[in-house]
Design a protein around this ligand. Structure first.
Ligand SMILES: Nc1ncnc2c1ncn2[C@@H]1O[C@H](COP(=O)(O)OP(=O)(O)OP(=O)(O)O)[C@@H](O)[C@H]1O
Ligand SMILES: [Mg+2]
Length: 250
């Protein structure tokens, strides 16, 4: 479903990703882990053409998306739902308007009644029925993330990208979000790509784990393989042991 081949990305003189390879099959849920600032968000932005690589290729559903123009990319992006790092809701709009937002561009294809029905179904999916008329400011952080998720699935995408869906939430709300990711995957039969710092979450929602380290996919495998790895760098990361060399990074 998604293949990244030898992707290199630089910003100015800084190389962020160096010949990264990645392959995610249809229906899989892939988790991308790695240090803060390591390029996880940059990597997933390439999957929807929000960033273009300096070299290498990104293939979505059999089609290369590198070098496509905005109009062509819009068609590619219709395959995706995205849950951005930090919810990114429009504060002036109601929950229903936020969730319906991706449908606006295709307004002519949906009647008001259909939009209303879809919004209600998406809010049910994330356990927020009846919140249509609330404003984002009235919601907790966890609820905002769930509204973001409802918005991501309103289009019935084939692939859903989640950037740090549980960051900043308590363990109970994190569990709840993980359950929703699993529910969305199983009910809507989507391919999921989840970027996370949260090792509990990675273990729970992923059936494939990719670890980004030193600009490359340093390790990949099933959660069992990664979490039982004896590699020093992998262990250091998943056990949360701080690397003194990295301390200056913060
Ligand atoms: N548009 C941009 N222009 C210049 N540099 C950028 C841009 N986007 C990201 N970077 C740089 O790329 C590096 C990787 O950033 P990225 O956001 O992908 O990290 P991350 O792994 O997602 O981190 P976190 O876990 O904190 O979200 C950082 O050094 C960042 O400053
Ligand atoms: Mg990020």
């Amino acid at each position: 479903m998604i293949e990244v081949r030898q992707l290199t990305k630089r910003f100015g003189s800084q190389t962020i990703l160096d010949r990264v390879d990645l392959r995610i099959e249809s229906g899989e849920s892939a988790v991308i882990i790695g240090r803060s600032g390591g390029g996880k968000s940059v990597l997933i932005k390439h999957l929807v053409g929000l960033l273009q690589p300096d070299s290498g290729d990104v293939i979505v559903d059999g089609e290369s998306i590198v070098g496509k123009n905005e109009r062509q990319l819009l068609r590619v992006r219709e395959k995706f739902g995205m849950v951005f790092q930090g919810a990114a809701l429009f504060d002036s709009m109601t929950v229903a308007e936020n969730v319906a937002f991706p449908l606006q561009r295709k307004k002519n294809n949906f009647t008001a009644g259909e939009i209303e029905k879809r919004v209600a179904a998406a809010l049910d999916m994330v356990d927020l029925p009846g919140t249509q008329n609330m404003k984002p400011a009235e919601l907790s952080g966890g609820m905002r993330k769930r509204v973001g998720l409802a918005r991501a699935i309103i289009y019935e995408p084939q692939i859903v990208l989640y950037d740090e869906p549980t960051t900043g939430l308590d363990p109970i709300m994190s569990d709840c979000i993980d359950q929703l990711i699993i529910r969305v995957r199983d009910h809507l039969k989507v391919t999921s790509v989840v970027v996370t710092h949260d090792m509990r979450s990675a273990r729970r929602v992923g059936n494939k784990v990719f670890m980004l380290h030193a600009k490359k996919i340093y390790a990949h495998g099933t959660p069992e393989e990664i979490f039982s790895s004896q590699d020093a760098i992998v262990r250091q990361f998943i056990d949360g042991v701080a690397d003194p060399k990295e301390a200056s990074h913060f």
